[in-house]
Design a protein around this ligand. Structure first.
Ligand code: ADP
Ligand code: ASP
Ligand code: MG
Length: 403
């Protein structure tokens, strides 16, 4: 078998843990498999490097940021390869560039455009374990790019697709995907299986256990993703992220996600004329600002209020874009003390009353809902940040996810 394994930050968090990963990889290779390993930076490393950059600049050039943070994963890949070779195995560490990963030039959240599988295949053919620094590639100019936070997941899924691997295993500090973050609700239950679409919603709505773009790509390339613990030997069946099946629809709600990294932007009294929203949201899109929920109220006296959410990390960028609109509205306000809590499940397609139950639950807890958005398989609510965890626990029990 050809197996791609990815080990996240906590799993390679110190030298003993890297040795633990080396032992696991060695076991898989000795069982007769071809193994490609993707590693993250040691936990805390990426944030530390970003902190260094912020010491010198509030808005450091993104190209240099990518060169800087890509080093974290390189350190781990080299150390793991050294550990494996010391154990008598043949191994080679590769950067994203050496592994043939080409991306666009959207620094800090680049998209993979192409993977040349030959360099990796050649190493595998010569009997080596290939250890790849996750989270990175190169653009057309040969500059290093990175794939967005949590992007080593994307590296692993993309490589599994390019090499047509038999499995893509994501090893992390939990033993699978749970009904909600087990750090928030200790009664959360591990799911055996979850559909790509549900996982994609959970991930984009705050469940950081998988990077959302990696799930999107997994769906596109039809890569089955198995999420497991890097610390457990026994009872480690994990969660399979795979195509939707009939049995999944029987479950009303699969999971609950919490995102505390969102901010709300409100433009009060914006000139209400055709084309104004197009102009506003195109300008935000040009700066690659990820706009999520959008609400516009009924206009009054030729003016309307427009409210939307963006990631907190993009507030400064958004402020720059919105300078253009200051003269065409009454006021612009930013609020980063919000949380978005979401309920996800493919079963919602065929059941009614799911939203009413969510609103009842918030009412019982006396939590005010500021914004609501729904899709076929999710309901999201924006609430005051301080009630985020409380809302998750209340909803988890309201939908009987602890049973
Ligand atoms: P890694 O460093 O291995 O990439 P992450 O820290 O990115 O790991 O993701 C694992 C964490 O995701 C867990 O420790 C857990 O707290 C969190 N998490 C959030 N939602 C969920 C969920 N629904 N199921 C499992 N873990 C979750
Ligand atoms: N080290 C990167 C991050 O912290 C990528 C990853 O861990 O997947 O976001
Ligand atoms: Mg991660």
């Amino acid at each position: 078998m050809l197996i791609v394994q990815k080990y996240g930050g906590t799993s390679v968090g110190d030298l003993d843990r890297i040795q633990n990963v080396a032992n696991r990889v060695a076991k898989t290779a000795k069982a007769g498999n071809d193994v490609v390993v993707v590693v993250s930076a040691m936990s805390g490393e990426t944030n530390k490097l970003l902190g260094y950059a912020n010491h010198f600049s509030k808005t450091p050039p993104q190209r240099e940021i990518d060169l800087l943070v890509s080093s974290g994963e390189r350190v781990t890949s080299a150390l793991l390869s050294i550990a494996l070779q010391e154990m008598g195995l043949k191994a080679i560490a590769m950067t994203g560039r050496q592994a043939g990963i080409k991306t666009d030039s959207n620094h800090t959240k680049a998209r993979i455009s192409f993977i040349d599988p030959e360099p990796m295949k050649n190493q595998l053919k010569s009997g080596k374990i290939v250890v790849i620094a996750g989270f990175q590639g190169i653009n057309e100019n040969g500059d290093v790019t990175t794939l967005g936070r949590g992007g080593s997941d994307l590296t692993a899924v993309a490589i599994a697709g390019a090499l047509k691997a038999d499995v893509c295993e994501i090893y992390t500090d939990v033993d699978g995907i749970y009904t909600t973050d087990p750090r928030i609700e200790s009664n959360a239950k591990r799911l055996n299986k979850i559909s790509y679409d549900e996982m994609l919603e959970l991930a984009s709505l705050g469940a950081k256990v998988m990077q959302s773009r990696s799930v999107e790509l997994g769906k596109k390339l039809n890569v089955d993703i198995l999420v497991k613990s890097s610390f457990k030997d026994e009872d480690n069946n994990g969660t399979l992220i795979t195509k939707e099946s009939k049995e999944m629809e029987k479950v009303l709600v699969s999971g609950i996600a919490l995102d505390k990294n969102q901010a709300r932007v409100t433009i009060f009294g914006l000139e209400d004329k055709p084309g104004i929203n197009a102009e506003l949201f195109n300008k935000l899109a040009d700066k690659h600002i990820n706009v999520d929920m959008i609400i516009q109220n009924v206009s009054h006296d030729g003016k309307a209020n427009v409210t939307f959410t963006i990631p907190q990390t993009e507030i400064d960028l958004a402020k720059n874009v919105l300078i253009d609109f200051e003269k065409r509205c009454d006021e612009i306000s930013f609020d980063d003390s919000i949380a978005k809590v979401s309920i996800v499940g493919v079963g919602m397609k065929s059941h009614s009353g799911v939203a009413a139950n969510a609103f009842d639950t918030m009412a019982k807890e006396n939590i005010n809902i500021q914004m609501i958005s729904t899709s076929e398989i999710k309901i999201s609510m924006v609430i005051d940040e301080k009630y985020g965890e409380l809302a998750v626990r209340a909803l988890h029990s309201a939908y009987n996810l602890d049973k």
